[in-house]
Design a protein around this ligand. Structure first.
Ligand code: MG
Length: 160
């Protein structure tokens, strides 16, 4: 019997001037970037939380505390790699991930293929296991005012 489990993750970071914008493992040209202890890649953080949740392994803050200097400005791909290693050490494999990025600007659609390639290489899965969708917030709320970017992620993992 195949054991399957689902997990969901959510993350949000502030958009500020003077920071590089990292999202989905790639750098995107924009006048603002996400603020955080790490590179603040909210997409990867939401994805890691979904994966950890599915495996019953608490959350990203538990494994990679933002009070730890080791994770200052860290490339979030390292956290994603470590998360996948943890799952595989428990014989879990990714079925698929479905991710929604809520951002008023910049336009993310042109960057989605590069994000998918980057994430699939980092996670050692095929690109068709990863879906990324971008939406605006119709100018409403903190996303609409371009104060931040929010990301929702759902994953299915399985144990053969
Ligand atoms: Mg975060």
């Amino acid at each position: 019997m195949q054991m399957i489990r689902v997990g969901m993750g959510f993350d949000v970071h502030c958009l500020v001037k003077g920071r590089a914008l990292w999202l989905g493992g790639i750098q995107i040209q924009h006048e603002k970037g996400l603020l955080g202890h790490s590179d603040a890649d909210a997409l990867i953080h939401a994805l890691c939380d979904a994966l950890l949740g599915a495996a019953g392994q608490q959350d990203i803050g538990f494994h990679f505390p933002d009070t730890d200097e080791v994770y200052k400005d860290v490339d979030s791909k390292i956290l994603l790699k470590k998360t996948m290693e943890l799952l595989r050490s428990q014989s879990y494999e990714l079925g698929n991930a479905d991710i929604i990025v809520c951002a008023e600007a910049p336009r993310l659609n042109p960057h989605i293929p590069s994000m998918k390639t980057c994430l699939s290489e980092t996670m050692k899965v095929t690109t068709d296991a990863i879906s990324i969708k971008a939406t605006t917030s119709e100018k409403m709320g903190y996303v609409g005012r371009e104060e931040g970017i929010a990301v929702y992620a759902t994953v299915l993992i399985y144990k053969a």
